[in-house]
Design a protein around this ligand. Sequence first.
Ligand SMILES: [Zn+2]
Length: 116
Amino acid sequence: MQKDCPVCGDKIIGRADKKFCSDYCRNAYNNQLNKDSKNLIRNINNLLRKNYRILEELNPNDKTKITKSKLITKGFDFQYFTSIYTTKTGNIYYFVYDQGYLPLENEFYALVKRNS
Ligand SMILES: [Zn+2]
């Protein structure tokens, strides 16, 4: 069965399991895949870094209480954190590296810094 190269659209000539017309197209395809996954990682790293900076800035004394709107105003993105810690009493802390936040009542958050 005749297949077309997914990169350039040329007919693929040769072994039946060949996926690309040439080394050039195979490399171009793999480079693009790497680039996309690297962009994804970079974008998430940037969001984590931003979240970390916001927590650090709002929590200079390693423990404080703030409103959710303060975090949102700064551009905090609640989807991105690096770990979760559940206490024995069932409270769930979300951590961005060593900066953590705990949702409290009435849209307040406790900010904590984990001792290293
Ligand atoms: Zn090709």
